[in-house]
Design a binder for this molecule. Structure first.
Ligand code: MG
Length: 338
């Protein structure tokens, strides 16, 4: 089997501002696996935060392209991914891109959309939230109007007293469901005060309120929080989950953090065992990555699969989103149309 890849720089509709960073473009790597005349497509959207700059993905894929020739059958996905994990344990995003391409290849070969390969019901896809990044209040208001067709908004906070102003100005213009993502931006006392206030503003849940290493503070916060708390930066792979039960009510699983669809499905099962809710999230990326994740979204409680909607370039088309609902098409594999 033949693996090829190309770096693509994506431009964002609005600069993406988090409590600790600002970005205007995002580098992703589009991956192709070809075998017996069928091509599977995948995407890696790596992040420096998780120790994977795009250069490390390119380096990993360069080596993998040579080494993967030893595998004669791309449908042996478990074997291939296990082998890649042993050789590239730190390259979760690179492995995720390969995992997606292998699944796309398999779906095309079997002439089945991916959700059917997984025996899932596409009617059960959840609604996705639409992300509103940190910005000037008048810009946020404009973004809320632009997001009119999305019934659930994920609001980025973690900027001190401005957090109150952001929510107040949003609540002036909409009574939609709001989820809040803090990206580690609060300390524990601040979190306790703000969560009580956000509950009164009818916020549904809070994502990653505290820095990921603050386990004791997270345990303290979970005991007193009136809103469900979700881990994002605190959880990468299956082995992180059991330690988070005391800290959170749920976890945000992303293919680029964990290493692909196989690991994500394993994580969903582990989360259920620990009575944790499951959100399926994404990076800023094309519809290849978000649509791949959407195929397992019938297994999740919440979805935040809007990464491709934040881009100027929509050259890859996959799932549709109608009034927030994820709609999978019935093309074979992931169902990417270009
Ligand atoms: Mg997050």
């Amino acid at each position: 089997m033949q693996l090829s890849y190309e770096l693509k720089t994506l431009r964002l509709l609005h600069p993406f501002i988090l409590s600790d960073s600002r970005i205007e473009t995002k580098d992703v790597i589009i991956i192709r696996i070809e075998h017996e005349g069928t091509a599977g497509i995948g995407e890696s959207s790596p992040s420096r935060y998780y120790g994977e700059p795009p250069e490390s993905v390119l380096e990993c894929l360069g080596k993998a392209a040579v080494l993967l020739k030893r595998f004669k059958d791309p449908s042996a996905i478990d074997d291939i991914m296990q082998w890649l994990l042993q050789h590239f344990p730190e390259n979760n995003s690179a492995r995720s891109g390969i995992d997606i391409a292998l699944h796309d290849w398999l779906g095309k070969k079997l002439q089945m959309p991916l959700y059917k390969c997984f025996r899932l019901d596409k009617a059960k896809t959840p609604l996705t939230s639409f992300t509103i990044g940190i910005d000037e209040l008048n810009v946020i208001e404009k973004k809320i109007h632009e997001a009119e067709s999305y019934p659930i908004l994920k609001i980025k906070l973690g900027v001190g007293d401005l957090d109150y102003e952001i929510i107040k100005s949003i609540r002036k213009v909409t009574d939609k469901t709001l989820r809040v993502d803090v990206n580690e931006g609060w300390n524990k006392e601040e979190a306790a005060l703000k969560i009580d206030w956000l509950a009164r503003e009818e916020v549904e849940l809070i994502e990653q309120p505290l820095p990921k290493e603050n386990y004791d503070d997270m345990i303290w916060l979970k005991q007193r929080s009136v809103l469900p708390l979700f881990a994002d930066e605190s959880v990468k792979t299956n082995e992180d989950i059991s330690g988070l039960r005391e800290c959170f009510h749920g976890i945000n699983i992303k293919l680029d953090k964990c290493g692909g669809l196989r690991e994500a499905m394993r994580m969903i099962k582990t989360a259920r065992k620990h009575e944790l809710k499951v959100m399926l999230g994404c990076m800023i990326q094309t519809a290849i990555g978000t649509t791949a994740a959407a195929h397992i979204s019938p297994m999740a409680d919440f979805a935040d699969l809007d990464g491709h909607l934040l881009l100027t370039d929509q050259s890859f088309k996959g799932m549709e989103i109608k009034n927030g609902k994820i709609i999978l098409n019935d093309k074979y594999g992931i169902g990417i149309l270009k």
